[in-house]
Design a protein around this ligand. Structure first.
Ligand SMILES: C[S@@+](CC[C@H](N)C(=O)[O-])C[C@H]1O[C@@H](n2cnc3c(N)ncnc32)[C@H](O)[C@@H]1O
Length: 215
């Protein structure tokens, strides 16, 4: 996903590749989906959950720079990333002078991945996993507790066979996210997949980034 401030466009037809445009003023999120044709014998179980977070905790972000952190292992441990999903084999990297990327792999091939841009002017972090869950509530809470974003977007991409698919209809209950309020929720039914986007922002702030134009 990428954010293209100032650009406007409308959602396009559900053909492949598929471009979905999400208008969340003042930002536009564009999702590009390229789907391989399904084989008749394919088992339809696939889930991808993403948290795209902005305006992150400045103190926590200091961990992800070489000036403040002696090694990538310390950054992974001290940040809480190491304990996020127990039993994961982690490959992590601390960029010079700052920035962090990690991939975590479970024995069954499931993964999670985190990429952090800690610069205070435009701090951003993406979290993604394909671990299927009936509810992502506690995992999302853990991720939010690490990064404390002022705003974030949750996307859930699941197909018919995924245990997460029912959440598209029921809509995940985020009522315990007392520090946030839901500002948008969109549902998109694709050929073999369902996709939901839910945008939250901190209840404590009425603004987006200082650099954003007013609503
Ligand atoms: C962790 S990378 C990930 C970028 C990727 N587009 C993402 O968010 O998924 C971004 C961070 O690493 C820093 N960085 C340092 N050297 C870099 C390099 N050679 N390539 C990319 N990012 C680098 C950037 O300044 C930024 O803070």
């Amino acid at each position: 996903m990428c954010s293209i401030p100032g650009r406007t466009s409308s959602a396009q037809s559900c053909s492949m590749p598929y471009i979905r445009t999400l208008k969340l003023r003042p930002r536009i999120w564009m999702t590009f989906l390229v789907m391989a044709p399904l084989m008749p014998w394919a088992v339809l179980t696939e889930t991808v959950v993403q948290l795209l977070m902005q305006d992150l905790d400045p103190e926590k972000m200091k961990l992800f720079s070489r000036d403040n952190c002696a090694s990538v292992e310390i950054a992974t441990k001290k940040s809480g990333i190491a304990d996020l999903i127990p039993g994961t084999m982690i490959d992590d990297y601390l960029f010079d002078p700052c920035g962090y990327s990690m991939n975590g792999l479970l024995r069954n091939g499931q993964y999670f991945t985190i990429h952090i841009t800690p610069e205070p002017q435009f701090s951003y972090c993406s979290f993604e996993t394909n671990i299927p869950k009936e509810s992502y509530h506690s995992l999302i809470m853990k991720v939010l507790d690490i990064f404390k974003p002022k705003k974030f977007l949750v996307t859930l991409f699941a197909n018919e066979g995924s245990v997460a698919n029912v959440k598209h209809i029921e809509c995940e209950d985020f009522s315990a996210l007392t520090n946030y309020r839901q500002v948008d929720h969109q549902f998109c039914q694709l050929k073999n997949y369902n996709l939901t986007y839910t945008m939250f922002k901190s209840a404590a702030t009425n603004t987006w980034l200082a650099s954003d134009p007013p609503h």
